[in-house]
Design a protein around this ligand. Structure first.
Ligand code: HEC
Length: 145
């Protein structure tokens, strides 16, 4: 009984689930030349935490899972937001591109708990290679501009 009451009480502590509006022209896809297969990988494996297009599944509304998921999304967006790519200066874009490749190569992204629940988001070696190749090309294009 007590446990049930605590559980219900916890539900009032859930932080807010947001998907702030954004300008399509300022997204990664709007600004850079992202091949559709790379864009699809980001959509499949990264967008939930690195865009303003989070698919907030029902369980993300249930505390205490909600604290973790909302925290991941807020922290993820703060580090890298594909929906707001246009806000980054050239230097920031370059470090983000490098970090994207690094994180995928290390297997650090998508984060483990999320990949555990959603097996389909895991990246194969070929997919990681494709992301890194694109990130390098895009980085070079930035420098040569
Ligand atoms: C379930 C949420 C989630 C998903 C999915 C996810 N990330 Fe992240 N990402 C985070 C969080 C949280 C952080 C910030 C804290 C950290 O570095 O662990 C982060 C940080 C990052 C950073 C910044 C790291 C740094 O040190 O500069 C990059 C780059 C990144 N993620 C890339 C990706 C890419 C690429 C994908 C898809 C292949 C992805 N992430 C998928 C949650 C996620």
């Amino acid at each position: 009984m007590i446990i049930a009451l605590i559980f219900i009480g916890l539900q009032f502590t859930t932080p807010s689930h947001t998907n702030p509006p954004f300008d399509e022209a300022q997204t990664l896809q709007g600004i850079t030349n992202v091949p559709s297969d790379i864009s699809a990988l980001f959509a499949r494996s990264c967008n939930d935490c690195h865009s303003n297009k989070t698919n907030w599944r029902w369980y993300t509304y249930v505390a205490p899972v909600s604290w973790l998921t909302v925290g991941h999304v807020n922290d993820g967006r703060a580090e890298l937001n594909f929906s707001e790519w246009g806000r980054y200066g050239a230097r920031m874009k370059e470090t983000r591109l490098r970090a994207i490749c690094e994180q995928c190569e290390k297997g650090a992204m998508p984060i483990a708990s999320y990949a555990f629940v959603h097996q389909e988001v895991k990246l194969s070696r070929d997919e990681v290679r494709a992301i890194c190749e694109w990130a390098k090309q895009e980085g070079q294009r930035l420098i040569s501009k």
